[in-house]
Design a protein around this ligand. Structure first.
Ligand SMILES: *Cc1c(COP(=O)(O)O)cnc(C)c1O
Length: 426
């Protein structure tokens, strides 16, 4: 860790906390974040030459693994034709077509450069379309860092132990109503009283930013019904789950059709791409067709489109997603049985290439309070033992894990062997 330590120290001089995104600072678990020099498939190599099996995958985008040859070739080819035009290119339409094949609820869409931009724009669109101001979100869900969505947000904000952010005007925050995840009755009660003042419900259809929490069977259907009855729009924030839990996203997995969907992470394959889209009638309210303004100098950037397209083309090759899913399931089930064998309370889950585990006495963790009741100290110990063993897990119990299509069964088994030794030390 010597070289990483030096680099991290120097970075503190230029960046608050030494980083350009808070969770990278290892604040929750302590210690020095490794500085990476190279990634290859499922592996990362740090500045001190140590190898790790990677379960963060750049927080989701590296779904086919690092430096995948088809992605790198596509990016090089695009780059040679110029990095940007600020004008339409065919790649945008090709990527949109491919996305729509798998996520048909996105009848029309717009590309942006991050998940934050996608959710922020989807909320503005929902407000402009419904001519209402209030939105509903759920405790522990994270939808990027725009003002109206940093109200009891998870992820980085949670990791810092600050559920809200300074700098968000209370007049803006009060337009965001926050309810407990999976609490259909609470949503029902709210909509009974004031459904006709609500522009949209925004939800992570599988929550991934408070650790991984799955929806209860009727939860998403209840949201759909209440939106239909009240005229509010249902927004699925699939920035994390899109092309990750299923090729059709969580909406494909649970068969619930939202009005609007936001994507990010995987669809850029490691370059900055986000998207929002949905019902054509709603999307036509966006400029230049309609009155809701939204724009971006680098939106639909040709190199980023090439990266996203090559990533999705690889992921949709026969058996690729399925293999990733099988390996992910083996990892989650393996962890569960190792913990069971040592009488360590643990709750695991996995969907597609996404997994989560909590040191929790509840067999299923279904909302933010249950997440907060899990054993954080134990997580930290486990995290550091795994890091020492060369397994790179998210440095916070409030994040999800990601397996890529490059991970092999051997990688999973090596990880489980390390996990067994780590659990023995707890
Ligand atoms: C990561 C994430 C975002 C924010 O995306 P950025 O690209 O980091 O701005 C929004 N929503 C969800 C569900 C996410 O996981």
């Amino acid at each position: 860790m010597q070289r990483s330590k030096e680099l991290f120290e120097k970075a503190q001089k230029y960046f608050p906390g030494g980083v350009n995104s808070p969770v990278r600072a290892f604040g929750r678990v302590g210690g020095t974040p490794p500085y990476f020099e190279k990634g290859q498939g499922a592996y990362l190599f740090d500045a001190d030459g140590k190898r790790y099996i990677d379960y963060i995958g750049s927080w989701g985008p590296m779904v086919v693994g690092h430096a995948h040859p088809s992605v790198i070739t596509a990016v090089k080819q695009a780059a040679e034709n110029s990095l940007s035009f600020g004008a339409p290119t065919e790649g945008e339409t090709t990527l949109a077509e491919l996305i729509q094949t798998h996520v048909p609820s996105m009848e029309m869409m717009r590309f942006v450069s991050s998940g934050t931009e996608a959710t922020m724009s989807a909320i503005r669109l929902a407000r402009g379309f419904t001519r209402r101001d209030r939105i509903v979100k759920f405790e522990g869900c994270y939808h990027g860092h725009s003002d109206g969505l940093l109200v009891k947000a998870g992820s980085g904000a949670l990791t810092l132990g600050e559920p809200d952010s300074a700098g968000v005007p209370s007049d803006i925050a009060k337009l965001t109503l926050t309810l407990p995840y999976n609490d259909s009755e609470a949503v029902e009660a709210l909509f009974q009283a004031e459904g006709d003042s609500i522009a949209a419900i925004i939800v992570e259809p599988i929550a991934g930013n408070m650790g991984m929490v799955c929806p209860e069977p009727s939860f998403l259907n209840t949201l759909r019904r209440l939106c239909d009855q009240s005229g509010a729009l249902l927004i699925f924030d699939e920035v994390m789950t899109g092309f990750r839990v299923h090729l059709g996203g969580a909406q494909g997995l649970y068969n619930v059709r939202p009005d609007l969907t936001t994507l990010g992470k995987v669809i850029g394959g490691g370059l900055p791409v986000g998207a929002f889209g949905g019902r054509a009638e709603v999307m036509q309210a966006i400029a230049p067709l309609g009155p809701v303004y939204q724009a971006g100098t680098l939106s639909g950037n040709p190199v980023a489109m090439a990266s996203g397209l090559a990533t999705l083309n690889t992921l949709t090759e026969p058996d690729c997603f399925h293999r990733m899913q099988r390996n992910t399931q083996r990892l989650a089930e393996g962890l569960q049985s190792l913990a069971n064998a040592r009488n360590i309370p643990m709750a695991t889950c996995a969907r597609g290439g996404m997994f989560g585990f909590f040191f929790s006495t509840e067999p299923v963790v279904s909302n933010f309070s249950a997440v907060m009741a899990s054993d954080i100290d134990r997580f930290n110990q486990f995290f550091h033992a795994m890091l020492d063993a060369g397994v790179y897990l998210a440095p916070s119990p409030f994040e999800s894990g990601f397996v890529s299509a490059s991970h092999t069964l051997d990688d999973i088994d090596e990880t489980l062997a390390s996990a067994d030794r780590a659990l023995a030390q707890l």
